[in-house]
Each structure stands twice: as C-alpha cells, then as structure tokens.
Design a binder for this molecule. Structure first.
Ligand code: SAH
Ligand code: SF4
Length: 352
C-alpha cells in the first residue's frame, strides 16, 4: 500500500479517509492541529496519541516537505528559497518581511505555459502543475526555516500566489492548498489576506468568481488588444473585452471588493500619455485599483523598464481620472526574487 501525502487532502477528504480506517472525526482535528498549528512532520511525536494510533497514521500517511536547496537573502530582508521536489524539479518561494506584515509569495506550477514575453518564468517554459502538498508546504517550510512554530501568532500574515506559474491553470490544487492554509488556530491565514494573480484565464475566472473569498489581481499590462497580444500571447485567446466583461461580473458578485490590475511599465511600449488615456477609458465602470510595476530585468530579456519619472506621470494621469493608482517597487531585486524573475532551470540532478 502506498502512503498518502496528508497535506494533499482537505479536511473533508480526511474525515472520509479516517472513517475508512475506523478513526473518529475528532482525530482529524487533532492531527490537523499538530500539522498546521505546530508544524510537526512525523506522527510519532504527537504526544496525545497512543503508540498504536501513531503507528496506524504512519502506516497510511506521510507529511511532506520539499528540500531547501538554497536560500538567498536580500539587503532588504527578503529571502528567496530554491526548493527541490521529489522528481528533481525545483521551484522558488519568496518571504518578504515588511514593517506591519510578512508576505510569502508562492508558486503554483513548475514553469509557466502562458509565455508572457517580459517574464523569466514564462521564458523558461512549462514543466508541470504542482501538487497540493507542494503548494501548501512552501508556506510550512518557510515557517520551519524561520523557526516560528511556537509563537502565538503566525509569522506569515499574507499569502500572494504570484510566484511561478498561472494559478488558474492549476486551480483544483491551488484552491485546496489555500483552503488547507486556513486550518489552525494561531497559524491560520485569513482569506482576506490571500491574493492570487492571473494573466486572465477567462473561462476559469467565470467558474470561480462567485463569492470568491480571496483578493483578485489581474496582470493587465496593456491598454489595448494590440499591445497586450504582443507582450502576452494569451490575449489572443482571451482578449480584453472578454476579460473586462468577467471583471464587471466579479464586481457585481463581490460588492465590497476591488480588483487590482497590475500594469508593468515598459519603456516605449505601454507607458505614454496616450496609453494612460486609453487605460482610463478601458477601466471605466470597473471597481478597481491599478498597481504600476517597475520592470525587473533578467538575463536575456528584451525590454527596458520605464523611468521613474514616466511611471510617476502615468500614475498622476490615472489618479487625476479617479483611478486609485500605486507604484510597486518589488523587493528582493538583488537576489532575483522580484516579480517575474523567478525561474526553475535548476534541476536537483544538476547539483549532484
Ligand atoms: N501567472 C500569474 C501569477 C504570477 S504573478 C500572473 O501572471 O498574474 C507575477 C506578476 O509579476 C505578474 O503580474 C506578472 O505579470 C509580473 N511580472 C512578470 N514578469 C515581470 C518582470 N520582469 N518585472 C516585473 N513584473 C513582472
Ligand atoms: Fe506565466 Fe504569469 Fe509569467 Fe505570464 S507573467 S509567463 S502568466 S508566470
């Protein structure tokens, strides 16, 4: 009998499985408490269980962790983790400490199939979806590393699914993982503090936007279809008019929520005054804010980021038209941990 990765299961599935091996429902809560509130990685230290129960659990389940292959620390405190998976693939996860919050940026796939021209992850191609345990354990292993399990509150206050991959192409696993990360008393993360970003996979968005608990960010990056299709080929499949229609539906279904549009400022491509005006028109009638992103360069990229003066002018034009607009300067640039810089070219076997 092969072992089941317990992090792969949500609570409902575990209740069913425990029932099959004659364990009562309250055992599920106890086990989940050890795993998600105390960070245990084996059953044999779970002291409120008899030896028989510990053995039974070990016979059926294991508690997954990837290997930390490398950590890089930025001068701004950001830590990037290169994690090794069982099949030799690697992914990157980033811990971003700030004054009043600590955010973890997690990956949803090994690589990405979407292939946006400005993104290092996309440039390196797609390998596979991450499993639920590979997504959940990115958060748990960072807590192991920071030695932060025995604290009364969670050291990680926010999760952003903005690492490698397109979360909506792996939503089944991402959504179970996010559900599991809300387990626990002191260590649970509220859905209000979870944000996922998508390049705009319209049919999947349509399916999931009804009463979505998480915050939604959309990688827009262009004020019209011509530019967007040029830098984000996915736009040919799901053009702006379809994407914005689904955004309006999201607004209607989630009355108190704003959509964040991410807009990468690329010199000479999407950063002129005309583009700002087009963007204002495009977003008319949508409850949203815009996050202007400074381009983070990587080896082999074909773009130049806009100057700070241009970004500020663009921001002013949007703000003056009533669109709340902020500028995001990504953390961890010196260690290649910023937006769009993550990659997974390293395979564990190459390091051996
Ligand atoms: N695949 C999803 C989730 C990744 S989030 C998505 O694209 O939305 C990563 C964010 O960083 C996205 O908004 C992405 O467009 C942006 N990004 C990609 N490459 C970048 C780069 N070189 N510099 C700055 N931001 C970049
Ligand atoms: Fe994929 Fe997002 Fe990068 Fe585009 S920006 S290639 S969707 S990870």
């Amino acid at each position: 009998m092969s072992l089941i990765g317990i992090l792969n299961c949500n609570k409902k599935q575990l209740i069913q499985q425990f029932n099959n091996i004659n364990l009562q429902k309250f055992r599920v809560n106890q086990v989940l408490d050890w795993i998600y509130d105390k960070g245990y990685t084996t059953f044999c230290n779970m002291t409120n269980f008899s030896n028989e129960l510990q053995d039974l659990l070990s016979k059926h389940y294991y508690i997954y962790r990837p290997k930390i292959i490398k950590t890089s620390k930025s001068i701004d405190g950001t830590i990037k983790f290169l994690l090794g998976l069982n099949d030799g693939n690697t992914i990157e996860t980033v811990f971003i400490p700030e004054i009043n919050r600590n955010t973890i940026c997690i990956s949803s796939q090994v690589g990405c199939v979407v292939g946006c021209k400005f993104c290092n992850t996309g440039y390196n191609g797609f390998k596979r979806n991450l499993t639920v345990e590979e997504i959940v354990s990115q958060v748990l292993i960072v807590k192991d590393y920071l030695n932060s399990w025995n604290t009364s509150s969670n050291i990680i206050t926010n999760i952003v699914v903005m690492g490698m991959g397109e979360p909506l192409f792996n939503w089944n696993n991402v959504s179970i993982a996010l559900e599991n990360l809300q387990i626990g008393n002191s260590q649970a993360i509220s859905p209000k503090h979870i944000t996922f970003s998508t390049s705009g996979i319209v049919p999947v968005l349509k399916q999931i936007i009804n009463n979505l608990d998480y915050n939604l960010a959309i990688s827009l990056h262009a004020p019209n279809n011509d530019i967007r299709s040029h830098i984000m080929p996915i736009n040919k499949l799901y053009p702006l008019q379809d994407l914005l229609e689904v955004c309006k539906l999201y607004n209607r279904l989630n009355k108190n929520k704003l959509i964040t549009f991410e807009y990468l400022m690329l010199d000479g491509i999407n950063d002129s005054e005309t583009h700002a005006k087009q963007l204002v028109k495009l977003l008319h009638g949508i409850k949203c804010k815009v996050n202007l992103i400074k381009f983070n360069s990587w080896e082999g990229d074909n773009f130049n980021g806009s100057s700070m003066d241009r970004i500020k002018l663009f921001q002013k034009l949007l703000n003056n038209s009533g669109i709340v607009t902020t500028i995001r300067c990504s953390k961890g640039q010196d260690i290649m941990a910023a937006c769009g810089q993550l990659q997974s070219q390293v395979n564990i076997k190459m390091l051996q």
